[in-house]
Design a protein around this ligand. Structure first.
Ligand code: AMP
Ligand code: MN
Ligand code: MN
Ligand code: MN
Length: 286
């Protein structure tokens, strides 16, 4: 497989996280790392916030690379968490503001509820864990709880923390009702230049359900699918590319980078977009 995703002269990466959500690097440090790896078009897509975009934008300008403000929103479809990436987001638009405010409250409440459950069912100091996770700042995610569990010695690493404490059927599992896709998607469509169904190969859906999700997404004005991602198997890559072609959706490409210590999804490295798929990058750059 060729490792050079490019429509322009350099690598692109349209799915990354900073410490404004569950990433490790500050937005400026993320931009510097991306530039150092040869990325020339970078989107910051933190979970349910655009707070890091101004810093990343300024850093990219200084580094001479192009920046696209983005976001990855949390939605629900048939009871499952589905993520949608918005690219070229206008942070002042009413739709995105509504979505961000809606989810911020649910996320805070969820961390506190997980803390209560960890105390009650897990018999560990859940309230302290929740308080510490919230003190980190930024949009609170379960990754903040996982890192706190590791720091306090209740797990060996963050994957272990999910497996032991946070995943379904574990003591700290609290399901959350994100805004429905048919509520959230129009908010994103009105606020962004392009909207992309995030990591479609990762959902636990049957082939038929995934096709229905993509049908609903396209009918709701969604513009593309993440066709090329770090760590994607060639089979998944082909499967998602076929779905994009069938629905005349554009293709996006990104690493979903969170942490420099994680080796499998470095910035800007994934398969080329296949033939017959319009690169979403061309719709978000002038
Ligand atoms: P959430 O708060 O549910 O949006 O989850 C926050 C983040 O935690 C996700 O975006 C992933 O980066 C990470 N995550 C979720 N589930 C797992 C898991 N089972 N194992 C490792 N990381 C996970
Ligand atoms: Mn994440
Ligand atoms: Mn995601
Ligand atoms: Mn992501």
């Amino acid at each position: 497989m060729a490792y050079d995703t490019c429509t322009m002269s350099g690598l692109i990466d349209l799915h990354t996280h900073s410490d404004r959500s569950d990433g490790v690097l500050a937005p400026g440090a993320l931009a510097a790392r991306a530039a150092g790896r040869g990325v020339t078009l970078l989107a910051l897509t933190d979970h349910d916030t655009v707070d890091g975009c101004a810093e990343a934008q300024a850093a990219c300008a200084g580094l001479g690379i192009r920046f696209v403000p983005g976001i990855e929103i949390s939605t629900r479809w048939r009871g499952q968490a589905i993520h949608v990436v918005g690219l070229g987001v206008d942070a002042t638009a009413a739709g995105i503001t509504m979505q961000i405010d809606d989810v911020a409250q649910r996320r805070r409440d969820r961390v506190l509820a997980i803390g209560e459950r960890l105390a009650r069912r897990g018999r560990i100091p859940g309230r302290d864990i929740a308080t510490r996770a919230l003190e980190v700042g930024g949009v609170p995610t379960r990754m903040h709880l996982a890192r706190t569990l590791v720091a306090m010695g209740f797990a060996d690493d963050t994957q272990h923390a999910f497996d032991r404490w946070l995943n379904r059927d574990r003591p700290g599992h609290v399901p959350v009702e994100w805004p429905e896709l048919d509520t959230a998607l129009p908010r994103l469509v009105e606020s962004c230049r392009a909207t992309v169904l995030a990591h479609p190969h990762r959902y636990r859906l049957s082939g038929g359900a995934l096709r229905q999700l993509v049908t609903d997404f396209a009918a709701g004005g969604g513009s593309g699918l993440e066709v090329s991602m770090a760590g994607m198997s060639p089979n998944d890559h082909d499967r998602i590319a076929s779905l994009a072609r069938r629905h005349a959706l554009a293709g996006s490409a990104g690493s979903d980078f969170h942490d420099p210590a994680v080796p499998w999804n470095p910035l800007g490295r994934f398969a080329k977009l296949p033939d017959g798929i319009a690169p979403v990058a061309e719709r978000i750059t002038d």
